[in-house]
Design a protein. Structure first.
Length: 316
């Protein structure tokens, strides 16, 4: 606790970086070290190469995102409940489909339901042509509060194949389960790949956290997606540590992986749903979006099932 208080004090004495209102940045380019393969569907390729942060080289890129190898994360192995051993993670269950860094006057909830969400818009357009009809999108929306402005870091993952979310799989149980199950299982594993000593001490070089037990999480399930909104402001300590990291964000590179925690023998080994590397991001890169009015009673984990983006588009 003394370390946390020291870190919070250090942050309060540090002038935060300016956050000016900017138009969306120019169209991002593909990094040669991370170019998607030719087999990637058009809508996923469009999602990868759009957004407020471009895809950059895994090792040298800045102010963008990349896909770290699963091996940088240690997850529960097949023998974990016998010997507590972890092993390097393998391939992701879902493919990376881009990142958005957004800024708004109020907290952004349920971004996949917005008519202006570029990822769901690209998928709907593809489906009108009779393609990608079985696609599934998984999104994590990290909501970062501020005194005057709110930010959201939204990470998108997708699949064209039914196998990753097949009936009986742990991911399928998570997608179709209730909030109590999700809160007990949704885990973030992260590592600071590059950054100042004070950030590594605050966050930990390698760490894991059941987000649903530490923070308020809202789950929004549509016919072809699941979105998880994680309210960083629901924990004073997490909020202080994150804002400390944001104070020197241009020098920080962090790997974040998302996992459904295995809690029984037949659920091992653990698998990454997906992972992302955020590379020395600039706060001013955020795209400004309008905060939509959310009717009272809609939003938190009390409400699991909402209209899909497709249904909302039809209502319009």
């Amino acid at each position: 606790m003394e370390l946390v208080q020291f870190l919070v004090l250090q942050y309060m004495q540090t002038k935060p970086p300016p956050m000016s209102l900017l138009l969306p940045p120019p169209k991002p380019h593909r990094s040669s070290g991370n170019s998607p393969g030719d087999s990637i569907p058009d809508w996923i390729s469009e999602s990868i190469n759009g957004g407020s942060l471009r895809r950059v080289d895994l090792n040298s890129g800045t102010n963008g995102w990349a896909s770290p190898p699963g091996s940088v994360f240690s997850l529960r192995s097949e023998s974990y409940f016998q010997n507590r051993q972890k092993s390097p993670a393998g391939d992701y269950l879902l493919s990376p489909a881009g990142m958005d860094w957004l800024k708004s006057a109020a907290k952004l909830d349920h971004v996949l339901s917005r008519a202006d969400n570029r990822v769901m818009h690209a998928l709907r357009r593809c489906q009108t042509l009779g393609r990608s009809l079985k696609s599934f999108v998984f999104a994590v929306n990290l909501q970062i509060p501020g005194a005057k402005e709110h930010h959201s870091a939204v990470f998108y993952f997708a699949t064209e194949e039914p196998d990753p979310v097949r009936t009986g799989s742990l991911l399928n149980r998570f997608v179709h389960g209730d909030d109590a199950f999700r809160n007990q299982r949704f885990k973030l594993v992260n590592r600071i790949a590059k950054g100042p000593w004070i950030v590594k001490k605050a966050v930990g070089s390698h760490s894991a956290c059941l987000l649903g037990k530490a923070l308020n999480c809202a789950y929004y399930k549509g016919s072809n997606y699941l979105e998880i909104d994680v309210d960083i402001g629901s924990s004073a300590i997490a909020n202080a540590i994150l804002h400390l990291a944001l104070g020197c964000v241009t020098t920080v590179t962090i790997d974040m992986g998302f996992v459904v925690e295995a809690q029984a023998e037949d659920e091992l080994p653990e698998r990454l749903i997906g992972a992302i590397r955020v590379c020395q991001m600039e706060m001013a890169s955020a795209t400004v979006v309008e905060a939509l009015h959310v009717p009272r009673g809609v939003g938190w984990a009390k409400v699991n099932h909402h209209k899909s983006a497709d249904e909302l588009a039809l209502d319009d």
